[in-house]
Design a protein around this ligand. Structure first.
Ligand code: C5P
Length: 221
């Protein structure tokens, strides 16, 4: 069977990560979490003590980001300059910093090249915000996964309960800010590609979403 490039875009907490991993597993494809790349750059920005508004500093840092995924046992690890930073990228601080720097053209530009390089092979599921619109406009199949804010915030809260000291209200507030940043920024805003298949995950389990996706993929081949 032809190996495809599949994109899954949508806001935080819509279920993209769970569903993308499950779909990639079902198809024996490689899964790429592009949000982790933005989070990795945020860690580099934080460690270098650069302000997210310092365009020149961001440019120097982003010119050649030594950032990549490696497979270790059953998980994917994120390396920044050969240091494993996987455990650092999901804190509330890095989450909000990733959202801020992702609006910067220089950051998007350098990650655009990195993502397109990763997309050279086929048999891939790319998850993000602008996969179907900007990074891979010619993707074979595009999905857009969404759900109401309250549902997405509750999911995220349950996922991190105990790890991050945030209340449900904190999580919902941060998510609202991120939604607004991501969908109103000038370049590559979060929006569905016009040919994207829209899926509302509010009342569906991840497995049900994946079943819908597999059905669509099968029908469109
Ligand atoms: O997907 P995740 O929530 O991990 O992404 C973190 C942040 O990275 C998002 O809020 C968004 O600002 C940014 N991002 C992006 N484009 C992508 C993936 C993530 O702007 N393709």
């Amino acid at each position: 069977m032809k190996r495809l490039l599949i994109t899954i875009d949508g806001p935080a907490g819509a279920g993209k990560t769970t569903v993308s991993k499950m779909l990639a597993e079902r198809l024996a494809y490689t899964y790429v979490d592009t949000g982790a790349l933005y989070r990795g750059i945020a860690v580099a920005v934080r460690d270098a003590g650069i302000s997210p508004d310092d365009d020149a500093g961001l440019e120097t840092l982003c010119r050649a980001p030594d950032i990549r995924f490696v497979r270790a046992e059953n998980s994917l690890r994120l390396l920044l300059n050969e240091t494993d930073i996987t455990g650092r990228i999901r804190t509330p601080e890095i989450t909000m910093l990733a959202s801020a720097i992702s609006a910067k053209p220089v950051v998007r530009e350098c990650l655009l090249h990195l993502q397109r390089d990763m997309g050279r092979q086929k048999g891939l599921v790319f998850e993000g915000r602008d996969m179907g619109t900007v990074v891979f406009p010619d993707a074979d199949i595009k999905f857009f996964l969404d759900a109401p804010l309250e549902i997405r915030a509750t999911r995220r809260y349950r996922e991190f309960q105990g790890e991050n000291r945030q209340t449900l209200a904190d999580v919902e507030r941060d998510m609202r800010v991120r939604d607004r940043n991501d969908s109103t920024r000038r370049i590559a805003p979060l929006k569905p590609a016009k040919e994207a298949v829209m899926i509302d995950s509010a009342t569906l389990s991840p497995r049900e979403v994946v079943m819908q996706m597999l059905k669509y993929i099968k029908e469109s081949l």
